[in-house]
Design a protein around this ligand. Structure first.
Ligand SMILES: *Cc1c(COP(=O)(O)O)cnc(C)c1O
Length: 384
């Protein structure tokens, strides 16, 4: 339905210029016109990822880049430290298990942020670990980790830091080079405002050294092939041409708003959403909330699955429920990518309507009023 409002942590709504680009006649991927577009897009991605490191582009969902990181950096039998604080962190562990790596886990309660000192201790106990695998924004719990502090620890060791910024990029700060993050992976359908289908990975010099050493069998995701093609602004296999052309357009929007501007915009949506939830007497789930997604506890007596379903059925607003153990206990209201204050307000009206239907008591209009107050203050601030 074209009038659905997606307040989900992927896919996110498409800006008009991206939709227009997706509808254009295709160009061939081995032409100079395409190479120029691909080159510009990857330079734009370096800016978005705040790095001068090479950025590799895969035709896959975000998980494809996570898999590429595991198989290219690690060999079977190698040790990786996995920060285990949500469903997406568990994916790092599953990938390592699938390819025969040993994982040492740093457990983090759902909703909490990892204490960087726990990672320092794990590194002291397992100095042979080749990589720390963690997440910028743990989308399943709405928590953003302090990657700057984590990188300050890994930088002093021989262990590379690999960060899943699939939902975090352009919503929360990710200063790859300044902080010293070796590998960042991301995907197209979240903060980048594109359809699903592209994944990206930035690779530092230290990480390239591991790529050369890895003994894990790999073919489609073999970074050595991508590195060779990159020299000619090319890809080893057929590019997802329309999405790359659309990426080029999306990155123009990122440039107009600026990376910091994009992040501040998400932060404002997040602040308004948190204020709105509190005005309804709802509790936030995350101890260190991300800018991209707000995880809210389902109030006692309300069926969480029904809440999400009712918002969609009655108002065409889609939010995400809880995953795994959090199913039915939380819902996740995303505000990353091409989301406006109007979308957030529409989402809150849908939430109030669903809560009323499910018998929850609150002051009608309180969430919209609280969010509008946050947006209003921002306008006053912007006018000054
Ligand atoms: C969405 C998401 C993924 C998975 O990406 P896919 O594109 O579905 O493969 C992984 N990690 C995080 C943090 C995510 O938000």
């Amino acid at each position: 339905m074209s009038d659905d409002i997606l307040l989900t942590p992927g896919p996110t709504p498409l800006p008009p210029q991206v939709r227009e680009a997706m509808g254009r006649q295709i160009i061939h991927h081995r032409t100079s016109a395409y190479r120029a577009c691909f080159k510009r897009a990857l330079q734009g991605m370096q800016q978005a990822m705040q790095t001068n490191n090479a950025v590799v582009c895969f035709t896959s969902s975000g998980t494809g880049a996570m898999e590429a990181a595991v198989v290219n950096l690690l060999s079977p039998g190698d040790t990786a430290i996995v920060v285990l604080g949500g469903k997406f962190a568990e994916r790092w562990q599953s990938l390592c298990q699938a390819y025969g790596m040993t994982t040492v886990t740093v457990p983090v309660a759902y909703g909490d942020a990892v204490d960087p000192q726990q990672i320092a201790l794990a590194l002291q106990a397992h100095p042979q670990a080749k990589a720390v695998l963690t997440t910028l924004s743990e989308t399943s719990t709405g928590v953003v980790y302090d990657i700057e502090a984590i990188a300050a620890i890994t930088r002093k060791t021989n262990t590379v830091l690999v960060v899943d910024a699939i939902s975090g990029l352009l919503a929360d700060a990710c200063e790859t080079d300044k902080w010293g993050v070796d590998v960042v992976v991301t995907g197209s359908q979240k903060g980048l405002m594109l359809p699903p289908g592209l994944a990206f990975m930035s690779v530092s010099e230290r990480a390239w050294a591991l790529v050369e050493q890895s003994k894990t069998p790999r073919f489609y995701t073999d970074l050595r092939l991508y590195k060779k093609s990159l020299a000619d602004d090319d890809t080893p296999f057929t590019s997802a041409v329309p999405i790359v052309v659309a990426l080029d357009e999306a990155l123009k929007l990122v440039q107009q708003r600026g990376v910091v501007g994009m992040i501040e915009r998400c932060a404002l949506m997040a602040k308004a959403t948190r204020a709105a939830a509190q005005a309804l007497g709802l509790e936030l789930f995350s101890k260190r909330p991300s800018n991209g997604v707000t995880a809210i506890k389902v109030p006692a007596g309300v069926d969480g699955k029904q809440l999400v379903k009712s918002m969609y059925d009655k108002s065409h607003v889609m939010v995400a429920g809880g995953q795994g153990e959090m199913a039915g206990k939380i819902f996740r209201f995303a505000h990353m990518g091409y989301i406006s204050p109007e979308d957030v307000l529409a989402g809150l009206r849908a939430l109030e309507s669903a809560l009323t239907e499910l018998g929850y008591k609150f002051t009608a209009g309180a969430s919209v009023k609280a969010a509008q107050a946050v947006f209003g203050q921002a306008l006053v601030g912007a006018a000054r």
